[in-house]
Design a protein around this ligand. Structure first.
Ligand code: URA
Length: 192
């Protein structure tokens, strides 16, 4: 890789280091660890959540708490392997008390997500809940939109925490995730 490309951040681990040093918003003052995301650089599937919670803030890894355990179970039932997926969030640092990230925090953090998508160029991006659906596609209303695919690239489904609150949604959640199996085989040569 050219040194120039590297300095432009055209590399996932360099970008992760930048995120860990980030002070673009006030969340940098209260976080323990930034959570850039994890998974292979050549992942065909990406998953985007809202923001790290307490467990993620402590571990520096996404979806390792109760919502993460639910997500792992649902992925398993859908015939997907977490180790093949790049998992991240719209906002990379924990909002205190797990409040929703503000629009300013989302705006400050979005360039990181865009760059991750540019580097990985996945065939499918699963948006977990309203925050990523609004931040990326400008749409809202997961209950009506779940299971729908936008631009042959984005799949909207519930946030795992919403499934935890109402386990009656588990079956739909798993069937949404199963769509990613088909989507991942689409050619990823595309312009974003
Ligand atoms: N909820 C999220 O949106 N992201 C995580 O990483 C964990 C919980």
């Amino acid at each position: 890789m050219l040194a120039e490309e590297y300095m432009c951040g055209n590399d996932l681990s360099e970008l992760a280091r930048e995120i860990m040093r980030c002070e673009r918003c006030g969340l940098s003052q209260t976080r323990r660890n930034a959570v850039p995301g994890e998974g292979p650089e050549d992942a065909r599937v990406m998953m985007v959540g809202e923001a790290p919670g307490a467990a993620e803030d402590l571990a520096g890894r996404p979806f390792v708490g109760r919502a993460g355990a639910l997500l792992d179970r649902a992925l398993d039932l859908a015939g997907l392997n977490r180790s093949e997926i790049f998992i991240t969030n719209v906002v990379k640092c924990r909002p205190p008390g797990n409040r929703r990230p503000s629009s300013g925090e989302i705006r400050a953090c979005m360039p990181y997500l865009r760059e991750q998508i540019e580097i990985i160029r996945p065939s499918a991006i699963c948006l977990l809940g309203n925050i990523p659906a609004k931040a990326i596609l400008g749409v809202q209303g997961v209950t009506a939109l779940r299971g729908r695919v936008f631009d042959d690239l984005y799949l909207i489904t519930f946030h795992p925490a919403a499934v935890l609150r109402n386990m009656g949604r588990m079956e739909l959640f798993v069937s949404d995730l199963a769509k990613l199996r088909e989507m991942r085989s689409v050619n990823r040569v595309r312009q974003l």
